[in-house]
Design a protein around this ligand. Sequence first.
Ligand code: BTN
Length: 255
Amino acid sequence: MLFTQLIQANLRTKILGWKIEYYNRLGSTNLEAWELLALGAEHGTVVLTDHQFQGKGRGGNSWFMGAGKGLAMSVILNKKYPLECSGLISLAIGIAAAQSIQKRGLDPKLKWPNDILIDGKKAGGILCETKIQEEWIKKIVVGIGINVNETSNEFPDSIKGHSTSMSICSNHPHQRELVAAEFLNSLEYLLEMIHQDPNKIVHEWLDRCGHLNKPVTFTEKGRAVEGIFSGLDSFGHASINTNGEKKLYHSIILD
Ligand code: BTN
């Protein structure tokens, strides 16, 4: 059980999180968010569940959440953003996730495209999906999954070796509502910063990056890509060296 009032009691936002659609069980908060958007959901609406049983991960993978243990949340951004902001939006989401974990006394690192690592293992991930029209991002669903109170033997065997949770790393449980509220507080602030001070977003992300000049893997148009992450440009696009060739990538899913 998650207490939406406890999330809202800790909000410092103007818009994000003041409407929360809470479900005891749900296949995927991202899928539900798109359905709510089709019905005209308001900007800032949050979709939250205590038990996500068909979570979507990046690159067509699935996402595991321990029932009653993890955080699975989607934030609906029903507002238009210039397409060139896509890289910075994605970075802002990663920073907000890292800040929400850091606020609870841990030291998370970000790995491009947007893995959240603690002690070198995956503790969270982001699936940011968009609807594009001409040069505008018209709608965004920001999906965030954080392993909060899972124990190591709760993770499926296929991910056990490289997964961790906040409670494993700190040896005590964490209140998921506080992590959720802080994510929303940071995200709203950072989305404003995209227009006011885009360099701040790039620098904040790089400050938390644990793999500059190290290998990364990701999927592009369904194809696995491997390369060396060598930094970010001022639009928040990642510069990746693949087979001796430097290319720019963004991590948002553009549809
Ligand atoms: C990844 O593969 O690293 C991204 C995982 C994103 C999981 C979150 S959990 C909440 C939201 N709903 C989903 O179905 N997926 C995202």
